[in-house]
Every structure is written in C-alpha cells, then in structure tokens.
Design a protein around this ligand. Structure first.
Ligand SMILES: [Zn+2]
Length: 817
C-alpha cells in the first residue's frame, strides 16, 4: 500500500546490514568520480509578445552548445528504442496494463520519447489496471548506496499519485498535481517525502525536468526541478529518509503495478549510482533538452531564387492595348509579363516608364504556313481545342505538334523577334502541347509522332515486353497501323472510347511527355544561342497538382505563370511549397469570378512568398459557342493590396520562409488528399513547414539525407515502398537525426512542440513566418493573413481581441536580445 506520510526510522540498525558488503563499498567508491562538464545550455524563457495583427519583427540570436554528463547505470533516451545505454545494459519493454492504454513512442524533449497519453487515468486510487509502463530489467540498482534519479516528463490532464519511476520494493517517484514525492519502503513500510508549498513546481502540459539525489547512508535526499528554458533548482531537501528494502529487479517507468499510471510523456530517464552535484544536475538537464536549430537556420536552407523580388507587382496586357500603360502605372507595376508583342517601341517605352523586365509570349496555336506543323488525330485531321473553337471559326486555330520541326522553327522565330525587340523573358501558353491534345483531341498521330514513339519503344522496351505488348516487329512499328491491325481501331471516336484499355497507351503518354520536354530543351537552347544569354522561360501552369505526370517540365522552366481559379487556401499553400522546393517562382494569373475571393488569393500569394498577377486583361473562359468578355480589375478594387506590398517592400524582399518540418511529397505517387490533410493540420497548429520532393518519372528530384536532416521533423506521407531505394536510404539516414513521422502520428502531442506560436482568436487567421537568409538582421517577420469572411458577401471580417504567444526560445533559439 502507498503511504505518503513521513516516518522516522532508526538509521544505525538499518545501515548495519549493508556496511559489510564489500562489493557495495567498491562500487560506491568507483562511482564517486567527478562529473565532467563542457558548458551548459543557456537559460531561456518563453517570451510573451503582444502583437498587432500586421507585419511584425522580433529579435533573436544564436544557440549555444550543450553539456554532457557521465555514464549512468540506466540511460533510456527512448529514441524509438528501449535499449538501456547505461552501464547496466539490457533492453526495456513497453507494457500495456489495460487494453488500448499502452505506451507509444512520440516526440520527446529530445528527439523521441514515450507517450503514456492513452492511459484512462493519471494515478487515482482505484485498484484496477490502467495505462502502460516501460519495464527495464535493472537488478544492478538493488542496494546502491548513492542514487541520482532524473527524467523529463510532461503531465497531460490530471495526475494524482501517478508513478514516474518505481523500483520495487525499495523506492519510487510520483507526481500529484504540481507536487512531486519521493518514497522509500523500509521493512515493508512506506515513507514519502514531498515537495511542499510554493516549491511545488510541476507544470501540466509542459516538459518538466526532475532529479532526486539520494544519499542512502546519510538518509538525505535533494529534489531538483527545471524546464526546457528553466535551469534546474533545488525544490526540496529531505533528511531521515529510511533505507530502501532490497530485492529489486525491475525499474518501471510510468506506472506502479499497473494501477498508478502516469498520463503524459516521458523522456531521457537516467539513474546514476552517485550523487550528482547541482552543477551536474543542471548539466544533465541542459544536455538532455534537445538543441534544436533555430528558424533562422531553417531559413538559410531556402532554395535561392532569382528573377523576381517578393514585393514585385506583375501586370499583363495580352497585347499592346493603348490603355494598358495607364492601368499598369495605377497598380505600381514594375514587371510586365505575358504580352504577345515584338514591338520594339512599345517595349522601350515601357522600360523608359520604369518597367524592370518585359516578358513576351508564344503558344501552341501559332499560324504556320506548313500544314505539317500541326497535331493530327487518328484519322489524320488537324485538331482544335474545344475552348478555342469560337476563337476563329472561319480560319480555325489548329494545335501545333511539338514534334514537328516546322512548329519549333515558328516558335523560335517568333520568340527571337520579341527578344530582338527588347523582351527579356518568354512565356509559353498551352505548354503541354501534344499531351494536352491527347486529352481532348485524340492526338497526335502525325508522321513525326509515330516515328518518335517507335524510337521511344525501341529504347525502353525489352524483347520480352515487346512480345507481351503484341508488337511483332519493333523496327517497323507504326502505332496507327498497330491499332488498326490488332485492335480494329481506325476512327478517332472508337480510339478515344477504347484507349483507356489499350496496353500501349501508358507508354504512348510517357513518350508524349518526354517529347514535350525535349521540345522545351531545344527551344531554350536555340533562344539562348540567338540571344547570347540565358532567356528566362515560363509556362502557363501552376503547381497545384505537382505530380510529375502533370507538371513534367517544372525543372526546365525558370518560373511558372499559370492561370488559376481561386482555389482553397490549402491548395495555394501546396502550390507555393512545391515551388519553394523546386526553387521556382509561382506567379498566379487569377481568373476573377469574385472580387473578394480574388483579393484574398492576391493577399495569400504575397503572404506565401510568391506573386499574383494584377487582375487585368484576364481571359474568363470560352467554349464552342463564344468567348466570355475579358476582365479588367480596377485600382479601387485591388490597388490597396499592391500598395501594402510596395509600402512594406523592405519587409518582404530578401526574406524567405523558414521551416522546421519537412513534408516529403512523392510526386510520382502523389496522394493529394493525404498531403492536403497534413498541410491543414500543420497550418492549424502554426507549424512552419516546407516540402521535400521525391520523384523520377519525368525528371530527377531526389531526396538527400543532408536536405532531410535540415529539418527537426520529417513527415513521410507515403509508405516506404513507394520510394526508390536511394530515396528510402536518404529517409533512413535522416531518421538518425530528425524525427520521422507518418501522418497518423501527427497527434496533438507530436504537433505541440513544433508549433511556432499559440493563438487565441477567430479561426482562419494564418501566421506565416519569414526570415532573412543572409543573417544580416535578427528579425523574424510574421505575415498575418486574415481569411475570415462574411458568409453573405464574402467581405473580410475584421479580427479583434486576439492573443498571440510567440514561442521564441522553442523555435528561434534561446538567446534573445
Ligand atoms: Zn505529332
């Protein structure tokens, strides 16, 4: 039974039985060596920052190295392992005393720890089994004359008489609310010693460091308490502690006999057979709380990008409209993009008026005299995109084939004229060429595509595969003839109806993607040969769907300038995080269906470190019957957003998004739902994150251990088998330093330590941190995005009465100025 009252026992008698134990004496002396110490972590505290909901800056400084201590008897770092790294050795065991209430590994105070959060109660007086425990064989602890017990624990909810450590029958350590008690059992009678009064220091829901030094012979004990940011201090000194009974075999962490479960988290359990000095206790505390990189370290890992700055205002007039200059000036525009012109005067005038870069454009529907330049369906007909039928009914806008030299020549000629006229960059619209035409037009079966597909198969199929796919003679292979002979498909209609089941279609599509890649590589080469410089190239695409099968040229282009409806915020986040990981800019060309949605998307793009296009001269859709009127936004509708960015340019330019968490995104086996769910959880919990991309089907995007180790925590959405052996090896190597979690492990307990801040107020307020990568200032920029809207007219709802707790030491390093 448990007794927590003090009992006075005769010391002399109790000691007598032990004095004669020579083995005991020898051990005692050997372990009295002084502790080595190499410096301790600096103290730090949580800082409260009352902030206005606007751009704000905070100062911070670097972290310091950690201390180390001597070898203990028991050393459980609990890094997904129950190995006792102390001198006693051995392996512990996770015990589930009540079904479903067992312990599990979780984020600890240093890397991994053990969670007992599933326990149905914390302590209590019931005699029924509850919770779990970690049982460690430790007969070598029995009879030790000097003891130091130390651990980190985080109580979750109520814990009353809940066991932290239990070494039956001799001694145990338990928590009751804010109070800690150390207890010994002597001659079958329990005597407890508690921390009293104001010294009761246990903080619920936070990591607590606890150490008890116990001089068995003297009957004295000292209790220390500390936290991640508080040095260990003495909270109680006890005398007359009775000698513990002998016979102990097992050290239990987190329970007593399965009936006094601790509910919460435990990490870094140590037991020494010596009395640690106060300095040594503090050294142990500071060395076991993990020295995590600061957000500034993470910001320094941002992939550098060129061309744009964060405060740029980008404007497009699709052709040289006379009213355009006045409009772009009214939005403080500094970059013109996606303009179909090669008029040298127009470009020169724009630059004279302060435009820093001018981007001309080409596309998939340019007029070419040579009819061979165009895509063909199975019946040999040229194809028109369904949304372009109304563009010109008399003279249809046929779709070009990227495998036709005449089409490439036309693209090069047109772009070179623009470059000669002073254009700096080139945009390519409808960039996916035959991949797109395949989708809606059943193309392309032109002579070049048929020859190209034959070559592709010759290079990629084994003899066995060739036979399996029903190809008789690969040297003479013609897919059109093959479809007729083997599948009786000769019409476009029949082919499109049945192609989903055809064995060669996956290869056909992959050939098409590769050929579009080759087209852009060749286009780039020829433009640069002409211009004698790098010619930045963009395509009309967004990374909302980052799969390599969709965005198969993302590595070739310099940035993406893509039309988009206003998606939900999470999709915009995914898009920009993919762009960040690729080191590309995402410029959004909005399709404004709603003023407030477009304003919100504009603000979001800037807050996420990317760029929105001014909503002016915007294509609003078309079909076979007609074209929607183009959209021209007005300065009174959007001008304030662009002014805000210009006014805060010095807080935007030169800053990048830091990320302590890396989400591994497999762009070959992309799980859109799972990625969106993970992003939502991280956003809700104010966890700054970045993506690490793994994909190889169109271009090589490999994981590296170095890249992943730069994160505190890595979230692996796909199962290991979804990765290539090299990517898997990088993940395994990273797991030696970073925490690697699956989405189902994103529990409140695992997310809490990763959170940059705590926020009380309306939902849909997003805090996006940015920092300078060159370390010239110690400023953290927190970009606050208010997504709250009035349900009737979607107008923004002002946010009042909010509180923000910025966890500076946890995320930004402990030494603040
Ligand atoms: Zn073709």
């Amino acid at each position: 039974m448990e007794v927590t009252s003090k009992l006075q026992l005769g010391r002399a008698n109790s000691l007598a039985g032990r004095i004669g134990n020579a083995w005991w004496q020898e051990r005692h002396c050997l372990r009295r060596m002084p502790l080595r110490q190499r410096g301790s972590g600096p103290p730090a505290v949580w800082r409260f920052c009352a902030v206005k909901l606007s751009l704000l800056t905070v100062c911070l400084a670097a972290t310091a190295p950690w201390a180390e201590t001597m070898k203990p008897l028991v050393d459980l770092n609990l890094n997904r392992s129950l190995q006792n790294a102390g001198t006693l050795g051995g392996v512990g065991e996770l015990k589930e005393y009540a079904p479903g209430e067992g312990p599990a590994f979780c984020r600890g105070v240093s890397k991994w720890g053990v969670s007992f959060a599933a326990s149905s109660r914390g302590g209590g007086s019931l005699m029924t089994q509850a919770g779990g425990g970690v049982e460690v064989p430790a007969p070598g602890l029995d009879g030790v004359t000097q003891l130091t017990l130390a651990l980190w624990f985080q109580p979750l909810g109520e814990n009353s008489v809940a066991r932290l450590l239990f070494f039956s029958p001799g001694w145990d350590l338990f928590v009751s609310g804010r109070q800690v008690t150390f207890k010994t059992k002597h001659a079958g009678v329990d005597t407890g010693f508690s921390v009293q009064g104001d010294a009761k220091a246990v903080v619920e829901g936070a990591w607590n460091f606890l150490a008890v030094t116990y001089d068995v012979a003297a009957g004295t004990a000292t209790c220390y308490h500390g936290g991640p940011d508080q040095p260990a201090r003495v909270v109680a000194e006890w005398t007359g502690v009775p000698l513990p009974d002998m016979g102990g075999m097992v050290l239990t962490v987190g329970n007593l006999g399965g009936i006094r479960p601790f509910r919460g988290l435990v990490d870094e359990v140590r037991v020494y057979d010596q009395l640690l000095t106060a300095d040594a206790v503090e050294a142990l505390r500071s060395s076991t709380v993990q020295a995590r990189p600061s957000l500034r370290d993470y910001a320094a890992h941002a992939v550098p990008r060129s061309l744009f700055s964060h405060a740029d205002a980008c404007f497009s007039t699709r052709f040289k409209r006379p009213e355009a200059p006045e409009a772009w000036k009214s939005f403080d525009t500094n970059r013109l993009v996606w303009v179909y012109t090669n008029d040298a005067d127009y470009i020169a005038n724009a630059k004279a008026a302060g435009i820093e870069s001018f981007q001309s454009a080409i596309n998939s529907i340019m007029r070419v005299d040579d009819e061979a330049a165009y895509c063909r369906n199975l019946e040999g007909e040229r194809v028109v995109a369904p949304w372009m039928v109304a563009f010109d009914k008399k003279n249809p806008v046929y779709w070009g084939c990227n495998n036709q030299p005449a089409y490439l020549d036309k693209c090069v000629e047109s772009a070179c004229k623009a470059l000669d006229a002073g254009a700096d960059w080139i945009q390519f619209d409808d960039w996916s060429m035959i991949v797109s035409a395949y989708g809606w037009g059943g193309a392309c079966f032109c002579d070049r595509c048929l020859a190209g597909f034959r070559e592709y198969l010759q290079q990629n199929l084994s003899a066995e595969q060739t036979k399996e796919l029903g190809i008789d003679d690969l040297a003479a292979f013609d897919y059109k003839a093959h479809l007729a002979a083997k599948h009786q498909l000769t019409t476009d209609k029949d082919y499109r109806a049945q192609r989903g089941k055809l064995p060669l279609e996956a290869h056909f599509q992959q050939f098409q993607r590769q050929s579009v890649r080759e087209f852009f590589q060749e286009l780039r080469k020829r433009l640069e040969a002409h211009a004698g410089r790098r010619v930045p190239l963009s395509v009309n695409s967004t990374l909302m769907h980052p799969e390599q099968r969709n965005n198969f040229c993302a590595d070739i282009v310099d940035f993406l300038l893509g039309e988009t409806w206003q998606p939900d915020f999470t999709k915009t986040v995914i898009c920009t995080k993919v762009a960040d990981a690729l080191g590309k800019w995402q410029v959004f060309s909005p399709i404004p269906r709603d003023l407030q949605d477009t304003r919100r998307a504009t603000a979001a793009a800037y807050a996420l470190g990317h760029l929105p296009l001014v909503p002016w001269d915007i294509y609003m859709g078309s079909d076979a019957t007609g074209i929607q009127p183009r959209y021209f936004g007005k300065p009174e509708e959007y001008g304030d957003l662009y002014r805000f960015v210009k006014d805060n340019a010095e807080l935007l330019n030169g800053y990048e998004t830091p990320a302590s968490v890396g989400v591994v995104v497999n762009t070959d086996k992309y799980d859109a739902g799972a990625i969106a769910a993970v992003c939502s959880r991280l956003l809700e919990n104010h966890v700054p994150f970045a993506f690490a991309l793994a994909g190889h089907s169109s271009y090589d995007s490999s994981l590296t251990a170095e890249q992943l180790k730069g994160f505190d925590t890595v979230i692996r959405v796909n199962p290991p088998d979804d990765f290539t052996p090299a990517d898997r090896a990088a993940l395994e190597a990273a797991a030696e330093e970073a925490i690697v979690l699956s989405p189902r492990e994103l529990t409140p307990a695992s997310l809490e330590p990763l959170s940059l801040l705590r926020y009380w107020g309306p939902n849909d307020l997003v805090f996006l941190p940015r920092m300078q990568t060159d370390g010239t200032t110690n400023r953290l920029l927190l970009h606050v995005l208010n997504l709250n809207q009035n349900p009737t007219d979607k107008s923004p709802v002002p946010v009042k009465w909010t509180s923000l707790l910025l966890r500076l030491p946890a995320m930004l390093g402990p030494d603040l100025t």
